[in-house]
Design a protein around this ligand. Structure first.
Ligand SMILES: Nc1ncnc2c1ncn2[C@@H]1O[C@H](COP(=O)(O)OP(=O)(O)O)[C@@H](O)[C@H]1O
Ligand SMILES: [Mg+2]
Length: 385
């Protein structure tokens, strides 16, 4: 990674300035992309994924603050280093752009290029640190009883088993009562609420590495869910994000079971996910509700490429086909999980992973493949593909 050529996008509607800056940056060893308008800039930034963007806020097709807002709302560019290079010093413009999320504000002058060349490596370095955390895989459904918790635990297990060099943690965030502890047979007291109620200074990566229980046959560590509704009601809204952030710092993969708890509490976690596993069943009601949830999430800026939709035949063989469900959702379905009859419940009741209890069942193969695909997708999106 160190010696790969870093690319810088210049957005400036003045051709002379654009060309001058391109020449200087190329001389300094950067690959340079250029755009002559805000719209061209947005297209290039999401298509070419440069390492950094520099722009002159004098753009006639869109207010510069609006362009910045769009960049910051999109997961691909939420942390992209953004440098303003304005043709004149303007305090109001500077404060508007910095508060919209730009990293630096410079004025075009004879020293501007020198300043830029000092600034760029520093910004790129900070940028690399931001992306260090483990992958966040969020399991979500629009309706209860779809198999979300069962799939979350079993897919996480397959990943932990197939990639022994990676650390996997599962967090049960279903409110008001979690169920993963029951699926894996965990009976101790440590849980999401007891952790989230602690002093925030104590919720660190180190704390989780030292205290999260290993669930042996399952190949992951578990942060169990809320044991009862009374306890869940004590949870303050701002407590989930630091828990997730510390877990991502501690482990390579963090699986979150959100069940159908789409809410103000869980939305920040969803928006932060590397992959959103959307579980639906073949019932019309499940697909219709999923459609509503998906339009809502799309309006919140969730990138469809991050969605890994799973059609789980939890209710038997009847119901919609994969093609029908895809058409209703307007979203590709990556995998259909076969119906296992009573065997899935049997494995759950014995606290055994499906891949251990029924290793030759088609369902075991499906779970393994979903684990591989989800891990691949997360990694591909991190590397900008
Ligand atoms: N593919 C499947 N085949 C058979 N039973 C399934 C399947 N997926 C889930 N189940 C069963 O459906 C029930 C609900 O699963 P659960 O994971 O608790 O759903 P959710 O978390 O969405 O409420 C469980 O008894 C589980 O064993
Ligand atoms: Mg559940």
């Amino acid at each position: 990674m160190e010696n790969e050529v870093l690319s810088v996008l210049i957005i400036d509607q003045d051709a002379a300035s654009r060309n001058y800056l391109s020449v200087m940056l190329r001389k300094a060893g950067y690959a340079v992309l250029t755009a002559a308008s805000a719209r061209e800039g947005l297209i290039s930034v999401w298509k070419d994924l440069p390492s950094l963007a520099i722009f002159d806020p004098a753009l006639s097709d869109m207010p510069a603050t609006e362009m910045v807002r769009r960049l910051r709302q999109d997961r691909r560019t939420e942390n992209l280093p953004l440098v303003v290079l304005s043709s004149q010093e303007n305090v109001d413009e500077m404060s508007a752009l910095l508060s919209a999320g730009c990293n630096e504000y410079l004025v075009k002058s004879s020293q501007a290029v020198t300043k830029l060349l000092e600034l760029i490596p520093r910004l790129l370095h900070q940028q690399r640190d931001v992306k260090k955390g483990g992958m966040l895989i969020v399991f979500l459904s629009a309706k209860g009883g779809t198999g979300t918790s069962s799939l979350c635990a079993n897919v996480a297990m397959c990943l932990g088993k197939n990639k022994p060099e990676t650390s996997v943690a599962v967090v049960d965030m279903v409110l008001p009562i979690g169920s993963i502890a029951h699926i894996v047979g965990y009976r101790e007291r440590l849980n999401l609420i007891s952790v989230a109620m602690q002093n925030p200074d104590q919720i660190t990566a180190r704390y989780f590495k030292e205290n999260l229980p290993k669930i042996n046959e399952w190949y992951f560590r578990l942060l169990a869910g809320s044991p009862d509704p009374d306890v869940a009601n004590q949870l303050a809204g701002d407590r989930l994000k630091p828990v997730v952030a510390a877990l991502q710092e501690a482990f390579d993969f963090v699986f979150v079971d959100l069940g159908r708890s789409l809410s103000r509490l869980s939305l920040p976690v969803i928006l932060h996910a590397d992959v959103l596993a959307l579980v639906l069943s073949t019932e019309v009601a499940s697909v219709t509700l999923t459609q509503t949830v998906w339009s809502y999430l799309q309006a919140q800026g969730v990138d469809p490429r991050r969605v890994y939709a799973i059609l789980n035949r939890a209710v038997g063989l009847e119901g919609l086909t994969k093609a029908e469900a895809e058409q209703m959702l307007n979203l590709p379905i990556q995998y259909a999980m076969p119906y296992m009859g009573g065997n899935f419940s049997l494995a759950n009741n014995r606290h055994e992973p499906v891949a251990v209890k029924f290793p030759l069942d088609a369902a075991a193969l499906t779970l393994n493949q979903m684990a591989d695909q989800i891990a691949d997708l997360a990694q591909r999106l991190r590397h900008g593909g």
